[in-house]
Design a protein around this ligand. Structure first.
Ligand code: SF4
Length: 356
């Protein structure tokens, strides 16, 4: 029998669970704060809880379920974690320190069912959806590794759902995790600091627009013409660009005054990086008059993927064409390349295994 995973319980669920053990609501609040605000992952450290209660909890529940298998530290400070779930499936998380904030890139699934041809995770296929607890736990372990359990992070934390998996195919667990992390008595990472990236699950884009406490949205494009996008991101056969962009247009109505959503465009040498394709992309976005910004992501080469990164000059020329047509385009600096932590490289591989 699986024991309840406490990290995945919202405040109210924890209160109900505590009531079942005969505990008053304030004990559940203490426990929630111990796990989520102080980030304590062992009952022994929760010395403000009575010993008998800790003993009962450790018999009947588990706080954490992920096991840290490997941890890689990049020369640029980026950290990559490879966890195993209790059923032995890989989960990867990346911690990216920046001057004014930290960004944690979390996974929503183990593997991924979508088959984007430029992404290594795709080669694992879908192993399974992660639970809300397994999503939140990635954040807690990364913060503890960077700062120590119980130590307040010195900078704000941004979260991006751009690790392994398509977050919108695990929507309920994702939204539950985001709500647990937003609790002021816990991690207090509000949805405004969270961005979720989709390959284009159109019904969920529309659903997200209706949720008041929603995170920001990013959409991965990779091509501005259906024929090429069908090849690079086969999900396009189900929801082609016309449907995707009109869902984005509808989503735009839910944007707050200073909010923009983001398109991501991975740059693949001689595949989607020609001047003509930049014009095609600008025309597509302009046709829908979208209040969006565009991130150009230099592809991160990884065996056995058949792609190469576009040259710096090519990326710059592509960006300049977009800007000349009124599209705000930014080139995303790759982080953690030396530890295979960059976009599209998460596939549960160890660094030594990947080097010749
Ligand atoms: S790019 Fe994202 S959605 Fe596409 S296969 Fe990789 S993990 Fe899945």
């Amino acid at each position: 029998m699986q024991l309840p995973h406490l990290i995945g319980l919202a405040q109210a669920e924890l209160t109900d669970f505590g009531a079942g053990l005969g505990e008053p609501p304030f004990r559940a609040r203490q426990l929630f704060a111990a796990i989520h605000r102080r980030r304590l992952l062992s009952f022994a450290e929760m010395t403000d809880l009575p010993k008998e209660l800790r003993a009962k909890l450790s018999e009947q529940t588990v706080i954490s379920t992920l096991t840290l298998e490997s941890r890689y530290l990049s020369s640029d400070g980026t950290r990559r974690y490879l966890f195993k779930t209790s059923d032995n499936l890989p989960v990867e998380t990346v911690f990216i320190p920046e001057e004014r904030r930290d960004t944690i890139c979390f996974s929503s699934q183990s593997g991924c069912p979508l088959q984007c041809t430029f992404c290594l995770t795709a080669q694992l296929g879908l192993l399974r959806n992660l639970t809300a607890g397994e999503i939140v736990e990635q954040i807690i372990v990364a913060l503890n590794d960077a700062y120590g359990a119980g130590v307040k992070a010195p900078r704000g934390t941004n979260l991006v759902g751009m690790g392994a998996g398509e977050p919108f195919l695990n929507f309920e667990a994702l939204m539950k995790a985001i709500r647990i992390m937003a609790e002021p008595s816990g991690l207090y990472i509000v949805p405004n600091r969270v961005t979720v990236s989709t390959a284009g699950v159109v019904p969920r884009i529309r659903e997200l627009a209706t949720i008041p406490d929603r995170p920001h949205l990013a959409v991965s494009l990779a091509a501005a013409a259906d024929e090429l996008r069908d090849q690079l991101m086969p999900i396009n056969k189900k929801w082609p660009l016309r449907e995707l962009l009109s869902a984005c247009k509808d989503f735009e109505k839910s944007l707050k005054p200073n909010e923009r959503f983001t398109f991501e465009y991975v740059m693949l040498k001689d595949v989607n990086d020609a001047d003509e394709q930049a014009r095609q992309l600008a025309n597509l976005l302009n046709r829908y008059e979208l209040r969006a910004k565009l991130n150009l992501i230099p592809h991160n080469p990884a065996e056995p993927l058949p792609y190469h990164p576009s040259s710096t000059e090519r990326v710059e020329s592509f960006r300049a064409i977009l800007e000349s047509k009124g599209i705000h385009a930014f080139v995303r600096r790759p982080r953690g390349r030396d530890i295979l932590a960059a976009c599209g490289q998460l596939a549960a591989r160890s660094v030594s295994e990947a080097r010749p």
